[in-house]
Write a protein that binds this ligand. Structure first.
Ligand SMILES: Cc1cc2nc3c(=O)[nH]c(=O)nc-3n(C[C@H](O)[C@H](O)[C@H](O)COP(=O)(O)OP(=O)(O)OC[C@H]3O[C@@H](n4cnc5c(N)ncnc54)[C@H](O)[C@@H]3O)c2cc1C
Length: 639
């Protein structure tokens, strides 16, 4: 909580200027803007003044100048309005103003807010209205020539609810606007700035951005994921453009352990900066879980391979079949590596706690191992029945793969109810259509066997209790409810933890109680000098875009480290993810463009991709739905 001199944030007026007992404002802008010392802030939700001597007029003019840059000019309402406001304030500051000008300012703001076609135009000028309402005497003093504008330093930030929800803060309204204007190549370049696997993420991202989309409450969110995919697919159809960027070759070498999304993103960014990058990878193929976890029917491997190939063509060396068994920094340093990035993911399946699971029975196969073998081309013999244990991505991928391999009977058992399942609704629905049977509120207690081969699984029924630390209701075993399910195969898939390289003495990286690497979540530095860590091996199993984001950030952190510079804080906004807006105005309803899904009957025939993407015109039509909810914040620095 801050004690501001004045705040109109979210329409709540806190005015401490009259010397009354100061009320606090629930706002943390200075830290979010990465500036320690802030005197005033103007942003999408209002005006906040910390220092009573802040120059609100200069702040307003700087805010308008930045807003002018974000105005797309497509409906021209906000651009013309902002230009006129800048004219008026410019005249005022030259002593050419008039009291009536303030009335005109209000009229213009109301006109722009009502008539603009996008949410940026509709909302951007409200804080200016607050400024002239609550700091009217300052503006009148300017008009009378009693006040001069001060020269201050300003910092700026731009976000949007979708951008804020995206772990990588992709400029979503920006790349969608380019699609709308048929500028697919530029759209792809903008996406690639923060997401180097657009075709992959455009297929499998659980799209937290869409949950935050303002349209969610109107006629359903924009299909942001599919738009990203459309841009990547279009590029591939056109022959696949290479990755570009200016590279000034540097002498320093960086070693990356693991070629998953985190390792690839870091490698690409470091290469762009000119570093020599080598990735060491245990497996015969690069890509991490995107290659050996996610099956082809969701992510065809040619898409992933193409995107990895582009990174390799930048000069990133990937040494496959090269497991780093032991972290030996001295040896790496001898070879010239100045920094190491541990991006080893989480590849060891979590135990389910059932008796017999460690006995190595034939037919008892860990989920990640099952998918890895299958994705690396090992033939899996279809069986009469398989029981998959778990309710997340891995469990669903195992079950749906078994359908495609030709298992007669595929069942999932999950210890909570459907509402608590971590897998997405779409995934569950598609699995149901494909014939996967879901059994809720039960868990295995014993693996049954005969002659070392699985014959069944003994389960116990569960009921749901109070909420646990994950925010879901805790499953509690129901005493005496044990029962047996016959099956010849059990695939446990309830989670993963990292398989870290051996570490000794000084090279021992600190780990958490969950077996993940302890790293600073801003710099991604570990306790060992020159060793960084990111991706699933730090967070535990997460999603691709999280790993990509960390890879991007690790690259910046390694660059600062190698140049001996301090890492600058990233800007992030708290509270922008609310869909609230002071006025929504009229938005014509338009539901999302649909895409075709492969016929259910055809799915058991193989691993053909289930979802088709948008073609160019469908993507352009879907992009028209974007409300362009950019939000701008300008901040006056003290001193
Ligand atoms: C089955 C499954 C399905 C998933 N589906 C989705 C999805 O639909 N959408 C989504 O967003 N996310 C999904 N995820 C999660 C996503 O794949 C991961 O969050 C992401 O791949 C993590 O990236 P990473 O680079 O941290 O690690 P990984 O992708 O795991 O890559 C780590 C790499 O390091 C290598 N490695 C490990 N140890 C060593 C060593 N000692 N020496 C050399 N190399 C080593 C590994 O072989 C691996 O290639 C899924 C995960 C799984 C398991």
């Amino acid at each position: 909580m801050n004690t501001a001199s004045f705040s109109s944030w979210k329409g709540k007026i806190v005015d401490n200027r009259k010397g009354k007992a100061a009320k606090s404002v629930d706002i943390k802008f200075p830290a979010q803007l990465g500036v320690d010392n802030v005197s005033a802030v103007m942003g999408w939700n209002g005006l906040v003044v910390m220092d009573p001597d802040a120059d609100i007029i200069s702040l307003t003019m700087n805010y308008l100048k930045e807003a002018r840059k974000l105005s797309c000019g497509e409906c021209s309402v906000c651009r013309i309005g902002i230009d006129r406001l800048l004219d008026i304030f410019g005249k005022m500051s030259e002593g050419d103003g008039n009291k009536k000008d303030l009335f005109e300012v209000q009229q213009i703001i109301r006109g722009v807010s009502v008539n603009s076609k996008c949410n940026f135009g509709r909302s951007v000028l409200f804080p200016v209205l607050d400024a002239i309402k609550y700091y009217r005497s300052d503006f009148l003093a300017l008009i009378k020539g009693e006040r001069k504008l001060e020269t201050k330093e300003y910092s700026y930030a731009v976000t949007a609810p979708c951008m804020e929800a995206c772990p990588a803060s992709l400029d979503i309204p920006g790349y969608i606007e380019l699609i709308r204007n048929s500028r697919f190549e530029e759209s792809l370049n903008l996406i690639r700035e923060k997401c180097i696997l657009p075709g992959v993420v455009g297929r499998v991202c659980p799209h937290p951005c869409e949950d935050a989309c303002v349209r969610q409450d109107i006629d359903g969110p924009l299909s942001i994921r599919l738009l990203k995919r459309a841009v990547a697919d279009y590029d591939l159809q056109e022959g696949g453009s290479p990755l570009t960027g200016t590279m000034e070759e540097k002498e320093e070498k960086v070693a990356i352990i693991g070629s998953g999304p985190a390792g690839l993103a870091a490698a690409y960014n470091l290469r762009l900066m000119g570093y020599k990058v080598t990735i060491f990878e245990t497996l015969p193929r690069a890509g991490g879980m995107a290659t050996v976890g996610i099956p082809d029917y969701r992510l065809p491997k040619d898409i992933l391979n193409h995107e990895i190939d582009l990174i390799k063509r930048m000069g990133v060396e990937i040494k496959l079949n090269n497991k780093v068994e032991k972290l030996n920094l001295k040896e790496l340093q001898k070879k010239g590596y100045k920094a190491v990035f541990l991006a080893v993911g989480a590849h060891i399946g979590t135990k389910i706690g059932a008796e017999g699971e460690d006995k190595g029975y034939e037919g008892f196969v860990d989920g990640v191992e099952f998918l890895r073998d299958m994705n690396l081309g090992k033939k899996v013999q279809p069986q009469k029945k398989v029981v998959v244990v778990g309710g997340g991505n891995t469990a669903l991928d195992c079950a749906r793969s078994c359908v495609r391999i030709g298992f007669d009977n595929v069942e999932i058992i999950y210890r909570r109810s459907r509402a608590e399942m971590p897998a997405s609704d779409e995934e569950i629905e598609e699995a149901e259509k494909e014939g996967v049977k879901f059994n809720y509120l039960m868990t295995p207690v014993k693996i049954l066997e005969k002659d070392g081969k699985v014959t069944g699984v003994e389960c116990i029924k569960m009921r749901l209790g109070e909420l646990d630390e994950s925010g879901r209701r805790r499953p509690i075993p129901v005493k005496g409810s044990e029962f047996t399910m016959d099956t010849v195969m059990v695939i446990p898939a309830i989670g993963q933890r990292p398989d870290l390289p051996a570490m000794t003495g000084k090279d021992k990286v600190e780990v958490t109680d969950w077996g993940t690497i302890k790293a600073d979540l801003v710099s991604y530095k570990t306790n060992i000098e020159g060793v960084f860590a990111g991706g699933d091996c730090v967070t535990g199993p997460a999603i691709l875009i999280d790993a990509l984001d960390m890879g991007n950030k690790v690259a910046r952190s390694i660059d600062c480290y190698l140049r001996g510079e301090d890492l600058k804080r990233e800007i992030s906004f708290e509270g922008v993810n609310t869909r609230e807006q002071r006025e929504q105005g009229f938005i014509a309803e338009k539901v999302a463009e649909k895409v075709d899904l492969l016929d259910v009957d055809k799915r058991s025939e193989g691993f053909t991709e289930v979802e088709s993407g948008y073609d160019v015109s469908e993507a352009m039509r879907e992009a028209q739905r974007c409300l362009r909810c950019y939000r701008l914040m300008v901040c006056e620095q003290a001193g």
